[in-house]
Design a protein around this ligand. Structure first.
Ligand code: CTP
Length: 402
């Protein structure tokens, strides 16, 4: 983890049940080396006592605007200047509304008006409040002003309902803060990623597909966005949410994937083909549901278009990264693919290792390029995504494309 090296973070805590999680957030930020000043609203004090935050942050908690005792130290304008980042977690619907309206009736909203530091909010509220037109409009206003909106996540809520409105976990919020400090090797680049399986229809209700979960491609897309790239993710049908800051294009078939890639390949500096594109499709999908019968049924299959091959054939092709799933002679087969497809990098994984590969959370990759290789040891796909993106950044630099 990148050290925050004494970064001065003003943590605003507003009145929601997720306020108790802000205590863990203070700990995470302190662990990463930040100097944390907590400011609470009145409502927040009904959920957690200021003493908790004082003990964890090592600083007296501020909450009153114009209180002579509090203002005798760093006054509210001084506090607004002190902050290098203002993070509000949890941010209630009420606080988002006050922030959008520019109100300054309490210390925290006044600080937000007075600071020149970047502001980030981690909304937490009942899912209907999050979806309410007023909240949506407020969030749009805030985004338009450059306020970073982190989350919310979906899931079970304290009110017993379920939906989007949970505050992101403290670890995820702390990771966002530290990532801001991380090097951005792909800043200014556009990265196009394919992910997931494709579905090739047999008839209106059946299709040919594979077990790809899309996790590897999504991890690469998320890591590329964190590395500063503009990311377009062309995804087959998977059960994953689009990573933060990534433009997602949903497709079903190999043909649709090719068309989406053709639309977006023009400005791409890097193309990562992580999709498990079906190699064959039914030659003549039936327009009507095929009925069961006792007769033998033959399926005529034809090859699908090669998406990676199409990009490789472009006159000014991007830096190309392909994936290879191999059962034997990993290096020989991967290097052949590197050459045959004209790739810059090929990430190969051994099929059949329990707990890795298709549909698993973990993987291990051997990455090859002309004249070199690197083993990315077994790890969660999110970690491998970051390592692969770092390697792409290095190889781009080595090719003089930096
Ligand atoms: N790919 C693609 N379009 C296809 C097929 C594959 O873009 N129609 C991409 C995949 O996303 C992956 C790479 O090509 O990056 C895989 O290459 P391929 O030769 O299809 O690999 P395998 O399916 O493993 O093929 P082989 O049978 O040659 O081992």
């Amino acid at each position: 983890m990148v050290s925050l090296g004494g970064q001065r973070i003003l943590l605003g805590v507003t009145g929601g049940i997720a306020a108790y999680k802000a205590a863990a957030l203070v700990r995470e930020l302190k662990k990463a080396g930040a100097d944390v000043q907590v400011v609470m609203t009145d409502a927040a004090r009904a959920f957690v006592t200021p003493l908790t935050f004082q003990a964890l942050s090592g600083r007296p908690v501020r909450h009153a605007l114009l209180d002579p005792a509090e203002e005798s130290g760093l006054d509210h304008i001084g506090l607004a200047r002190w902050a290098e980042l203002v993070l509000i977690a949890p941010a209630t619907a009420d606080f988002l509304a006050r922030l959008a309206a520019g109100l300054a009736g309490d210390l925290l909203s006044t600080l937000c008006l007075a600071t020149t530091a970047p502001i980030a909010v981690a909304p937490a509220m009942n899912h209907r409040m999050w979806e309410a037109a007023a909240t949506r409009a407020n969030v749009e206003v805030l985004r338009g002003r450059g306020v970073q909106v982190l989350g919310p996540a979906e899931g079970d809520q304290a009110c017993g309902e379920s939906g989007a409105g949970r505050m992101l976990e403290p670890e995820a919020l702390a990771a966002w803060v530290t990532d801001r400090q991380a090097p951005r090797p792909l800043a200014g680049r556009t990265v196009l990623v394919t992910a997931g399986p494709t579905r090739e229809p047999l008839d209106p209700v059946r299709y040919l597909s594979n077990r790809s979960s899309g996790k590897m491609g999504y991890a690469v897309a998320a890591a590329a966005a964190r590395a500063g790239a503009r990311v377009v993710l062309v995804s087959g049908p998977v059960g994953l949410a689009a990573p933060e800051g990534v433009e997602q294009v949903s497709v079903e078939t190999a043909e649709e994937m090719l068309r989406a890639v053709q639309r977006h390949a023009g400005g791409a500096d890097v193309f990562v083909a992580a999709a498990a594109v079906a190699d064959y499709r039914p030659r003549e999908p039936s327009p009507r549901k095929v009925k069961r019968s006792a007769a033998l049924l033959n399926l005529a299959l034809e090859p699908t278009p090669d998406v990676l091959g199409w990009v490789a054939g472009l006159p000014r092709r991007p830096f190309l990264v392909g994936f290879a799933a191999e059962t034997e002679d990993l290096e020989t087969n991967a290097r052949r693919k590197l050459e045959r497809k004209g790739l810059d990098l090929v990430a190969a994984n051994r099929v059949g290792v329990p707990g890795t590969g298709f549909d698993a959370d973990e993987n291990e990759l051997d990455v090859y390029w002309e004249g070199g290789s690197r083993r990315l040891a077994r790890a969660p796909k999110t970690v491998l995504g970051r390592e692969l993106v770092a390697l792409i950044g290095e190889r781009l630099g080595a090719q003089g494309r930096a």
